[in-house]
Design a protein around this ligand. Structure first.
Ligand SMILES: *Cc1c(COP(=O)(O)O)cnc(C)c1O
Length: 362
């Protein structure tokens, strides 16, 4: 199987085998060592000296952690959404009673940092900005560093969904001065689903002390206090920690720069190849095309769903589909985590062949 969806992503055999290890006491000294090493690894990738917290949940749970631990019902927040994951982040805030102001763009576009600044100037009551770093549904990466600068300049909080970017695309949280940053294990981390990672800045902890949204399982302060004892408040997905511990050995051997460069090169290869097939990218401005997932329009009149089905059944190539209003109209190629150019090359060979056959059949 060539699994080319943008998460869950394939894992190295040794990482899967590490996850098969026997259970141990999750409050004992052996697991404490693993939790320390894994947290050090997270801090390294996040570029932060404050311990990154980990939660047993998927990326969406991590987004909920960000919202309920920094805000109170009635708080005004600016949702910057460029696709379906931006919309999801916004829905979480609404569900918990935030007063959401919306900056929504056409799918395929990236947010304009200057517009974020204008919206914040227009409404001093806005307390926090919620933004997706890499919008997986449209294969578009927001100019996060510039957006963060606008938010910082006006002294609001910035909550970031970096689920499909952190560990694959640079997102240094201290250097960019980001307040809460969320990622998820099944995207660029080369491990199975089950853990979400969330960093908190000093400002975010100050907001946490006043935040009134209800929370129990996802209480970040409880999680931080347990981490001091090298424990989780609840029983964690231990097997995923075993795997991640091994994955960090591989990541450290490659180095962060090496990992970023590999993603950049494979993404460029993917875009060039797709364009050489005469296909159009979903991101309107290629400068914002993602280095972890490439979203592509099926040509007019082509049965994209049929091609995806044949790719899977006849060639073992699993492509990502379109979400929401893009369903049936686009396909997505995930190229994040444990991926080489050859993986993408063989997937696109199949797309090329099936497109040719669809054309000659007409
Ligand atoms: C995958 C993803 C999520 C979270 O999805 P889960 O299925 O809950 O892990 C959130 N945001 C983005 C940008 C994602 O790619």
């Amino acid at each position: 199987m060539n699994l080319r969806i943008p998460g869950p992503t394939p894992c190295p055999d040794e990482v899967l085998q590490a996850g098969a290890a026997q259970m141990m006491n999750h409050r004992g000294p052996e697991f404490a060592q693993i939790l320390r090493r894994v947290t050090d690894g997270l801090n390294w990738v996040y570029g932060t000296s404050a311990d990154v917290l980990s939660f047993t949940t998927s990326g969406t749970g991590g987004l909920e952690v960000a919202v309920v631990n920094t805000l109170s019902p009635g708080d005004k927040v600016l949702s910057v959404s460029i696709g379906s994951f931006g919309d999801r982040f916004k829905s979480i805030a609404k569900t918990y009673g935030a007063d959401v102001v919306s900056y929504a763009l056409e799918w395929g576009e990236a947010a304009d940092p200057a517009e974020v600044g204008r919206l914040l100037d227009a409404d001093p009551a806005i307390k926090a900005v919620m933004v997706t770093h890499n919008e997986t549904s449209t294969g578009t990466t927001n100019p996060l560093e510039a957006i963060a600068r606008e938010v910082r300049r006006r002294d609001r909080l910035i909550l970031v969904d970096a689920v499909s970017s952190m560990s694959s695309i640079p997102c240094p949280v201290e250097r960019w001065d980001l307040d809460v940053v969320v990622s998820g294990s099944q995207k660029g981390w080369m491990v199975p689903p089950g853990l979400a990672f969330v960093s908190f800045s000093e400002r975010a902890w100050a907001a946490n002390a006043a935040a009134k949204m209800p929370r129990f399982y996802f209480d970040a302060a409880k999680t931080r206090d347990s981490l001091v004892k090298l424990q989780n408040p609840w029983t964690p997905a231990m097997s995923i920690y075993y795997s991640l511990d091994r994955a960090f050995e591989l990541m450290r051997a490659e180095g962060l720069e090496g990992i970023f460069t590999r993603h950049e090169a494979i993404a460029k290869y993917t875009r060039d190849r797709v364009k050489s097939l005469g296909l159009r990218l979903v991101p309107v401005d290629e400068r914002f095309a993602s280095n972890t997932v490439t979203a592509v329009w099926w040509p007019e009149g082509v049965d994209g769903k049929g091609i995806s089905k044949r790719a899977r059944e006849e060639y073992g190539v699993v492509l990502g589909g379109g979400q929401g209003k893009l369903e049936g109209k686009i396909f997505r190629v995930g190229h994040l985590g444990f991926v080489s150019q050859a993986d993408v090359e063989s997937a696109l060979d199949v797309v090329e062949r099936l497109l040719e056959e669809a054309k000659t059949a007409v």
